[in-house]
Design a protein around this ligand. Sequence first.
Ligand code: FES
Length: 117
Amino acid sequence: MWKPVTRSESVPLNGTLACRHQGWRILVVRTPAGLFALEDKCPHQEQTMGGGLVHEGVIECPWHSVAVELATGRITNTMGFLGMPPVRVFPVKEEDGSVLVDLPDGPPPPPPPLADD
Ligand code: FES
């Protein structure tokens, strides 16, 4: 279901905006090719990717530089990050000055239990 998550002017070109909606952590990224929305949970250590370097359709996590393809969520720098799952991507659009993201109904699923649980 489409949910307004921020105002369009809050997402600069080649910049990011991290926001939350009903428990979802969302990262909105604007590039010359358009707007993208990802779950804002880096597959490395679940940090925010907000403020990461955006270039050539990729965002680099500002913590340890995992590179995530914006259109697919695929990890593109496998060196040191082999086997990491892709980042979830969401459909995104702009209407009447707002950014809307197509989020699943309800809160995000809980993380899987740790090996010691
Ligand atoms: S938390 Fe993103 S690369 Fe480590």
